[in-house]
Design a protein around this ligand. Structure first.
Ligand code: MEV
Length: 434
């Protein structure tokens, strides 16, 4: 196709599908059928999904699974996870079971501060700007009272607004650096609405400020937007037990700590180590309708906060006690957004007993820690391929077109054999020949 399409968004769903299938797929009839097969049979539910985004032509399924037996602060949880990668849920479940009899996970929310900034250019006298800001601050807060009213009633709202001078980094660059408490909401709309009003008030008030010279009155707003870097929206999750209890699982505690310490000092390893953590974090973030891109961006920035990308988890052995913990920033919501719209997200939250945002932060941190625990245990013993390929066996068999009974026989056959593409293919061919 070398001519751009006109008015695609205005076409009906059927027209969009026809256009895509006919122009971009080899078998338009089969493509159309596939897209339709993934629709929800209930037209109301389908409409809901169609309207989440623009130009929807079908649904994209991810498995929705449960990792049971998570003991968190003395209370049992089952954790919903949405993820495509084999062995993530199995690994989480295994880690939960291991810690179930060793005191479980202990968690604590350290802080829940969210951040947003108005970025602006002011090239005048900085002391005058500071004087102006002192007078401006109450007016800024007043100007958003209709937006903050409800949040304040529930105990949230604006924590603080600071004027920051960053003109040493870029000519005239200043910020209103604002912090918020958004309670159970992730708060993006709330924060961005406040910021856009702050920007307007800042510009209007500057134009009227008598101490500014004419050119100082013309503050240039560049943009107003929340930050996904939330180092003070922080949660900690921890497990600990005696070294001998830990080693009953067949893993050397010292070697486990070494593996964590390698990720602390070596960025190549840290990225993969943290990716494993995010296998658990993202799966719960997705299952609960939260913004995994925001979480990913914030978490990785936090992993670099000391100047070098490093591990998000930590481990120690002190006085014969093995401890393993994570501290991560998580800006999550349990109200608003998809949480009340997406039927499976609603169910996911119900399965978690309708947690507050703070409770969800703790559960998500536990999922990340559990995932890292399971990965490291495999890595320092058998390696991950053994477990991974076992889980992947079903995908291979499906790809190779095995029947239900062939799958059953082969799962049994590979219980004590090495799974590789070639070995599975050969075993399937043998059964088929018999
Ligand atoms: C795979 O998705 C994640 C791991 O690579 C994580 C790690 O290496 O720690 C197993």
């Amino acid at each position: 196709m070398d001519t751009p399409v006109e008015g695609f968004s205005k076409r009906s769903k059927a027209e969009k599908i026809a256009y895509i299938a006919e122009h971009f797929t080899a078998d338009p009839k089969a493509s159309k059928k596939l897209l339709e097969q993934y629709w929800n049979p209930d037209p109301t539910v389908q409409k809901l999904h169609d309207e989440f985004i623009e130009n929807t032509i079908s649904n994209y399924y991810l498995p929705f699974a449960i990792a049971p037996n998570f003991l968190i602060n003395g209370k049992l949880h089952v954790i919903p996870m949405a993820i495509e990668e084999s062995s993530v849920v199995a690994a989480a479940s295994k880690a939960a079971k291991f810690w179930l009899n060793r005191g479980g996970f202990k968690t604590k929310v350290i802080d829940t501060e969210k951040v947003g900034q108005v970025h602006f250019i002011y090239k005048g006298d900085v002391r005058k700007l500071q004087g102006f800001f002192e007078k401006l601050k109450p007016k800024l807060i007043q100007s958003v009272s209709s937006i903050t009213q409800n949040m304040e009633k529930r105990g949230g709202g604006i924590n603080d607004i600071q004027l920051r001078d960053l003109s040493d980094k870029m000519e005239g660059y200043h910020q209103l650096h604002c912090t918020f408490e958004t309670l159970d909401a992730m708060g993006a709309n709330f924060i961005n609405s406040c910021l856009e009003q702050f920007a307007k008030t800042l510009k209007d008030e500057a134009a009227l400020y008598a101490n500014f010279a004419q050119e100082e009155k013309e503050i240039e707003i560049v943009m107003s937007i929340l930050s996904n870097y939330v180092p003070n929206c922080l949660v900690r999750a921890e497990v600990s037990c005696t070294v001998s209890e830990f080693e009953k699982g067949g893993v050397s505690a010292e070697k486990f700590v070494q593996a964590v310490n390698i990720a602390k000092v070596e960025p190549y390893r840290a990225v993969t180590h943290n990716k494993g953590i995010m296998n658990g974090v993202d799966a719960v973030v997705l299952a609960t309708g939260n913004d995994f891109r925001a979480v990913e961006a914030g978490v990785h920035a936090y992993a670099s906060k000391d100047g070098q990308y490093s591990s998000l988890t930590h481990a120690s052995i002190e006085n014969d006690i093995f401890s393993f913990w994570i501290e991560i920033p998580l800006a999550l919501g349990t109200v608003g957004g998809l949480t009340t719209l997406h039927p499976l997200v609603k169910l996911g939250l119900e399965i978690l007993q309708n947690p507050s945002a703070k409770e969800l932060m703790q559960i998500v941190a536990v999922a990340g820690l559990a995932q890292n625990f399971a990965a490291l245990r495999s890595l320092v013993t058998t390696g991950i391929q053994k477990g991974h390929m076992k889980m992947h066996l079903m995908n291979m068999l499906n790809q190779m077109g095995a029947s239900e009974s062939e799958k059953q026989q082969l799962v049994q056959y590979f219980k004590d054999r090495t799974v590789t593409n070639a070995s599975v293919k050969a075993a399937l061919e043998k059964i088929k020949a018999e």
